[in-house]
Ligand binder design. Sequence first.
Ligand code: SF4
Length: 334
Amino acid sequence: MAAKVLLQVKGLKKYFPIKGGFLGRTVNYVKAVDDISFNVIEGETVSLVGESGCGKSTAGRAILRLEEPTAGEVIFNNVDISALSKKEVRKMRKDLQIIFQDPYASINPRQTVSRVLEEALQIQNIVPVEQRKDRAIDLLKAVGLAAYQADRFPHEFSGGQRQRIGIARALSLNPKLIICDEAVSALDVSIRAQILNLLKKLQHDYQLTYLFISHDLGVVRHISDRIIVMYLGRIMEIADKRSLFEAPRHPYTRALLSAIPVPRPGKKRERIVLSGDVPSSIDPPEGCRFHTRCPYVRDKCKTEVPELRSAGDMSAGHIAACHYFEEIYSRSAN
Ligand code: SF4
């Protein structure tokens, strides 16, 4: 059976206006997400990665319409979310959930954990009132917490346990897709591994699809099927995990990968240190957005925008946006 595309993002843009002058008119825009397109297949985990400010979290929020997109389409389960009214979007949210980096910030500290979960069920009215407490306890057990913890308050839990509560809340509405926005970034390494393993288990048990947003390629390696690398609001490279880690084509991806420690003893990876800071997304560089930091930059890079094009294993959907990746790749492979 052909794989079903659950989420299609087409030409998505999110610009934030900058007001200025005496009349407070819009004088410019922060181009946080600037024309990105990709698909997510049902049951897979696709990761959006890049440095802080690359637009990955804004993209996640625009997909959910927590931020109104400036342009583009988001088609989820054959429905164009971008064309729905706010009321229709709220209804659809039960299928599309998000887990944040800091679940504590989005949980009412004065409610018990059971009440937090019951409230989510109440808003969508999908479980009869007399069954909500039992459902809340089932959810806590599913994320590795105990039934007796249901009547505790959020401050009585550790960071990792709170993230489990955030996951339970996202799960409570039986979503099809969960966006994990830096969901493990604030956790200690050992807890992070536990939460990643939990997410994998839940994906299998609940047939979930994940869009996993992270600045850390080392983390996404453990959970992703495919990876999308973003820089300054644009997509630089898309590939399945194996292709991306074994044969990265874009110089930016190669620089990000070079910062990850190699797990094999005695094996070293040459570190590529990028010069300069990420330019402002108010006035991004012409041509290739990465050209101000790219060690391989040439004149053409400063004027012509490189299109995303086939970059190797087509069955892996490997594409990259660089004018010269063939040359760069063959040079470094020799
Ligand atoms: Fe570097 Fe040019 Fe490729 Fe951009 S297009 S990544 S500047 S070589």
